[in-house]
Structure formats: C-alpha cells, structure tokens
Design a protein around this ligand. Sequence first.
Ligand code: APR
Length: 235
Amino acid sequence: MKIKETDRLLVLTGAGISAESGIRTFRASDGLWEEHRVEDVASPQGFARDPHLVWRFYKERYKQAMSVEPNPAHYALKTLEDALGERFWLVTQNVDGLHGRAGNKNVIEMHGSLNTALCTHCHKRFPTAEIDLEAELPPCPNCRKMLRPDIVWFGEIPYQLDEIQSLLDKATLLLVIGTSGNVYPAAGFVMAARYLGARTMCVNLDAPQNKSFFDDFHQGKAGEVLPGLVAEWLK
Ligand code: APR
C-alpha cells in the first residue's frame, strides 16, 4: 500500500507502542493490572478511598515515564506526521508523553497525561514538573486544595471525544498500534472508521479483541514492524 495525496490518516495507540521503551503494558501476565486492583488505583472511588495509594502509584509511573526514551515506533509516527502534516492525527490512550517527546504535534491524549495534574477543587491544570511531588498528597499551587493525577479513570469520560469523532469522520485510513481492544470507546474506533469507509490497519504483538474489524493485521513488535511499513506507505 501507498498513502495517497488525498488520504487522511488517523492513528490510535495503546500501551504496546511504549513496551519497547520499557514501560509495562496493562493486561500482560506481568502487566500493571496483575499487580494492582484496577478499582483501587484507576477509579474515582479508589482515589476517594485512598488518595495516598493512588498518588504513590502515579508518582512511580511518572518517574518511570521520565526515565525512558521514545522507541523506533514513536519515531516512525513522527516521520508520518512530517510527511502528511495536517492530514495526520494521533490519538493515544497512553499517558506517558512519549509521542510528544518523539516530536509529534497533532496528538490527543484521550486518557489524560502523567505530565499534568488536576486540582480537585479549582479544576486548574499544572505541569507535574511544577508541583511538589515530595508531598504525599501534592497541594494545588493555586488554591492549596488536593491535586489529583490528570488521568481518565474507569467510569470517567475520555478527553476530546467530539474532536476524535470528527477525525474519525474525515479519516480515509485508520492505523491502530499496541492496544488489546478491551477498553471502550477507543476499542470501537475501528468499527466506526470501517463503517465510515476507511481502510483499517493494525500493528500488534498479539491478536486484539477486535481483530476481525481490521483490513490488514501486521503481527509483531511495533518498533520492529512499523518503521518498515511507514517507509513502504510513503514510498
Ligand atoms: N508492539 C506492539 N504491540 C505490543 C507490544 C509491542 N512491542 N507489546 C505488547 N503489545 C500489545 C499486546 O499484545 C496487547 O494487545 O499491546 C497490547 C497492550 O494491551 P493493554 O495492556 O490492554 O493496553 P491498552 O490496550 O493500551 O489498554 C487500554 O486500559 O487500563 C486501561 O486506561 C488504560 O489506556 C489503558 C487502556
């Protein structure tokens, strides 16, 4: 396949694209959800019950994300954006900030970001680098009430869904990388895109739940498979 002048590409990524950078995925046998109860660390109820535990979990993940580097799959998406400009959009479920660090600009972080924190009281957002991470419960620099991680938890509504819907409407190509297809609404984007007439492509280590909705399935590690595919698509 070759990407045409008239194509508009929407990319959706999940934890698998950061695996080769050294960040654990969620649902693997050694994944994050094997070690933690999802409802304890990834729900508003869990945060209300034990904010100390939740903050410890996300501080650890923030430090880890800061200590790793983007891998060849992230850079392949930067190459795509450089070539396609405004005809390229990237929606990620990841909160690690690695797409931005690889140089991608048109990025929607639909599940939030480790790089920001949100005030539970005045609802202002602050860069994590500017808050007091030594404090067990970091206070809001503005109103001194409690901050929370700027992460979309189970039971909460992902960010920028209207914008994502309009990108799905416009896309002629959908590329999904490194996500198991378990969590909606992201897992449903492939059905929507296909219904709207886009060609749907997937790069993943294992077959995702929604595999049957993809026109092309490229099995393997994103860092190994994607750079070659991108070179072929842009030829
Ligand atoms: N290259 C490509 N795919 C990979 C790689 C790799 N190197 N390593 C693992 N994978 C694949 C796995 O085969 C799996 O299908 O990535 C997928 C990761 O799936 P999950 O752990 O379920 O992660 P994700 O789909 O991103 O989770 C979605 O669930 O817990 C919530 O909010 C959290 O955003 C997250 C959402």
